[in-house]
Design a protein around this ligand. Structure first.
Ligand code: ATP
Ligand code: MG
Ligand code: ZN
Length: 546
């Protein structure tokens, strides 16, 4: 099997390290003047060159070339040995592994022996923030008085977890995310040498997706080119699961035009097509950040194609600064927040809802807008507030207390045959229902995206005696779903698919009750805001609720 591209392309010289000039220059100067420190801390995001630079440092201090400015030379015996990972004085410890405590003790025991092969023993301790307290203490002892022949390079992605006692003993270098432009240029060079044919916009898209992480960028390129065919932007979208920009642009334009239903639909389509909601949220943040940069007059800092920059300039005019800042915060929360496997899209939906809600016209103005009711099921006209419902029959059900009145009036616009009260749901099991859950959502979505969004954020729990229990992570969501227009629509979709009438009961699941751990309560602050805003998860054109 061929070597992974990112390994093959691990920089062998200082000049090949991209985007970290500030660090490389300092270290190079130290090598040239023979004033290398004894403890370094390399902090920064994953895949930005920390381990690479640490190994270059190990090579340079042990390089046998007589001219310090030529180190590492990559020719001498020591450079070669390090290259081939057979240099005994380079010790790499993975602090995340469960042997790290012994490794650190071993380190302490052996550190005073002189190096065998080279001038310096170099210890690279990766993910150093993962060390246990005991291991940290052991390490600290050695850092306090390192022998002259030892050099430590501690690497971490989470500098805030490093004790101050350790920080104060190290020369600290912060690696930065590599800008899109520099990643793109690097990938382009790589493609030329590897004889890959790939379009420029595809490279930019890869670079943008990798969020400043060169390893990810190279891996994506590797994955895309492994088929051997020429690569264009469509291939990139296919592999990454989303036509990024379009969704992001759609969402923003829906916020701008108060078309929340449209925006949600676009969001769901993208997620249905396999987009990762967090990744999507990240892309939205990137885009919004660019709008902010433009707004502040720093368009030259925006890494993108001329066409996209033009689009961004237009978009930036449509929002004021305060809104953009608010949006960035909301989507950033969705990008970094916890997600559960059952409702990965929830945080993103809520962020979007919050962003869109503030932009909506005030309720009075909204009420004046014509209400579009075509293509919506008749049950929508009956709301829970509507106490004068006609042609409504109570559902025959064993659980009288929870029985909802259900509109049984058939109309042409209904998505399904009307629910026939009393039709048995005995044969319907939870598993069968789950298998068709996507299908149910798809039917519901056609009629009312907001209801589908709610179904997307719940977990079907059980079907007992004709009652389907849906679990929601919060009372807000449960309350939204537990309205006639929502439960009816879901019932009708189920009736359509299974020819069975179920009743729907909406419950809140507490995390502790949730035996199989698939529902996690979403971020409280987000829900609170939705609640504060009166739970207006309903798209403006969807329901004459009030
Ligand atoms: N600044 C960079 N310039 C060029 N290539 C880079 C750079 N950073 C990372 N790479 C590429 O990514 C690969 C992995 O980089 P490296 O191991 O140095 O990352 P890291 O910062 O140590 O990441 P992690 O935190 O995940 O350990 C390298 O082999 C190289 O191909
Ligand atoms: Mg590393
Ligand atoms: Zn050398």
């Amino acid at each position: 099997m061929s070597q992974a591209l990112y390994r093959k392309w691990r920089p062998g010289t200082w000049d090949e390290v991209i985007g970290q000039e500030h660090i490389i220059q300092t270290i190079k100067n130290a090598i040239h003047s023979d004033k290398v420190g004894h403890a370094y801390l390399f902090a920064g995001p994953r895949g930005t060159g920390k381990t690479t630079t640490a190994r270059l440092l190990a090579k340079a201090v042990n390089c046998l070339n007589e001219d310090p400015t030529q180190r590492p030379c990559n020719q001498c015996a020591n450079c070669q040995a390090i290259q081939d990972a057979r240099f005994l004085d380079l010790i790499e410890i993975d602090a995340a592994s469960n042997t790290s405590v012994e490794d650190i003790r071993d380190l302490r025991d052996k550190i005073n022996f002189s190096p065998g092969q080279g001038r310096f023993k170099v210890y690279i301790i990766d993910e150093v923030h993962m060390l246990s307290t005991a291991a940290f203490n052991a390490l600290l002892k050695t850092l306090e008085e390192p022998p002259a022949h030892a050099i430590f390079v501690l690497a971490t992605t989470e500098i805030h977890k490093i004790p101050a006692t350790v920080l104060s003993r190290c020369q600290r270098h912060e690696f930065r995310r590599i800008p899109v432009k520099e990643i793109t240029a690097y990938l382009k060079e790589m493609c030329a040498q590897e004889h890959f044919t790939i379009s420029d916009d595809a490279l930019i898209s890869i670079a943008r997706h990798s969020t400043g992480c060169m390893r990810d960028a190279i891996s994506l390129l590797d994955q895309l080119t492994s088929s051997g065919v020429d690569i264009d932007i469509a291939n990139v979208h296919a592999v990454l699961g989303t036509a990024t920009n379009q969704v992001v642009l759609d969402l923003l334009s829906s916020i701008r035009n108060d078309e929340m239903g449209k925006g949600l639909t676009s969001l769901h389509q993208s997620m249905d097509a396999g987009s990762d909601p967090r990744q999507l949220a990240r892309q939205i943040v990137d885009y919004l950040r660019n709008l902010l940069l433009i707004k502040m007059g720093n368009v030259n800092q925006v890494d993108d194609t001329p066409e996209m920059i033009k689009q961004m300039q237009n978009d930036s005019k449509a929002f004021d600064m305060a809104d953009l800042i608010r949006f960035v915060k909301l989507f950033n929360e969705a990008a970094s927040g916890q997600t559960s496997s059952n409702q990965p899209g929830l945080a993103l939906e809520l962020a979007y809802a919050q962003a869109a809600l503030k932009n909506q016209p005030a309720p009075v103005a909204a009420a004046k807008e014509p209400v579009k009711t075509e293509a919506l099921p008749p049950t929508r006209k009956a709301t829970t507030k509507d106490t004068t419902q006609k042609k409504i029959a109570p559902v025959v059900d064993t659980q009288k207390k929870e029985a909802h009145p259900v509109n049984v009036e058939p109309t042409q616009e209904a998505p399904t045959a009307p629910v026939q009260a009393g039709k048995s749901a005995d044969g319907l099991t939870l598993n069968t229902l789950l298998e068709q859950w996507r299908q149910i959502r798809a039917i519901v979505k056609k009629h009312r995206p907001a209801t589908e969004a709610l179904l997307n954020s719940c977990k079907p729990l059980s079907i007992k005696k004709g009652v389907l229990s849906l679990g929601f992570a919060s009372e807000v969501l449960r309350g939204r779903m537990d309205q006639l227009e929502n439960t009816d629509l879901a019932r009708q979709a189920i009736a359509h698919l299974f020819d069975a009438d179920v009743q729907i009961r909406c419950v809140v699941i507490k995390e502790s009750q949730n035996t199989d751990n698939t529902v996690t309560a979403p971020d409280e602050s987000m829900l609170k805001t939705v609640l504060d805003l009166g739970g207006k998860l309903v798209p403006p054109d969807a329901n004459p609720e009030k």
